[in-house]
Write a protein that binds this ligand. Structure first.
Ligand SMILES: Cc1cc2nc3c(=O)[nH]c(=O)nc-3n(C[C@H](O)[C@H](O)[C@H](O)COP(=O)(O)O)c2cc1C
Length: 155
């Protein structure tokens, strides 16, 4: 049983819906909380928890509205997130030249702060053939299994 926080950054709700799907899939085995990135500050990260971050891309390859304050706070506060572990699932659309750059912004902010990404950053494509719901749970389970060797597993 792991202590997991799903953080979502969204503009029109897709990332939030996906976060809820992931929570449903994991909550039988883990303690899973969902938070909008708009309600989360860099100082809230806890090394005893796994962060699953789901973020879309908006505008010209930018963070979606609900993730913008978090992005600004990360830049302003330059927190030391060494020892924080996270996985990252990006929502985007390859119709845009700036495909999935919002999730790349999140990855860069986290890694520059010293956090460790587990697994690959998923770059979901709304114009592709895969459903985000089909990719999300296998991704989340993989990240959880990678985290098990790093985070103390509570009984
Ligand atoms: C106005 C607008 C701008 C967008 N800009 C981008 C973009 O630059 N890059 C990208 O990969 N996807 C872009 N998208 C696609 C969204 O990321 C995608 O629709 C996503 O599922 C939205 O998730 P959300 O509802 O959680 O914000 C854009 C969509 C809209 C409507």
């Amino acid at each position: 049983m792991m202590n997991i926080v799903i953080l979502y950054g969204t503009e029109t709700g897709n990332a939030e819906m996906l976060a809820e799907d992931i929570q449903s899939g994991l909550q039988a085995d883990h303690q899973v909380e969902i938070l909008n990135l708009s309600d989360f500050a860099p100082g809230d990260f806890d090394r005893g928890r796994l962060y699953l971050i789901v973020s879309s891309t908006y505008g010209d390859g930018e963070l979606p509205a609900s993730a913008q304050p978090f992005g600004q706070a990360m830049k302003a506060q330059t927190p030391d997130l060494t020892g924080v572990v996270f996985g990252l699932f990006g929502l985007g659309d390859s119709e845009y030249d700036t495909f999935n750059l919002g999730s790349k912004v999140v990855q860069d902010l986290m890694e520059e702060a010293g956090a460790t990404m587990l697994g690959e950053r998923i770059v979901h494509d709304a114009s592709g053939s895969d459903m985000a719901e089909d990719l999300a749970l296998p991704w989340a389970r993989e990240v959880v299994s990678l985290a098990e060797t790093r985070i103390g597993v509570a009984a």
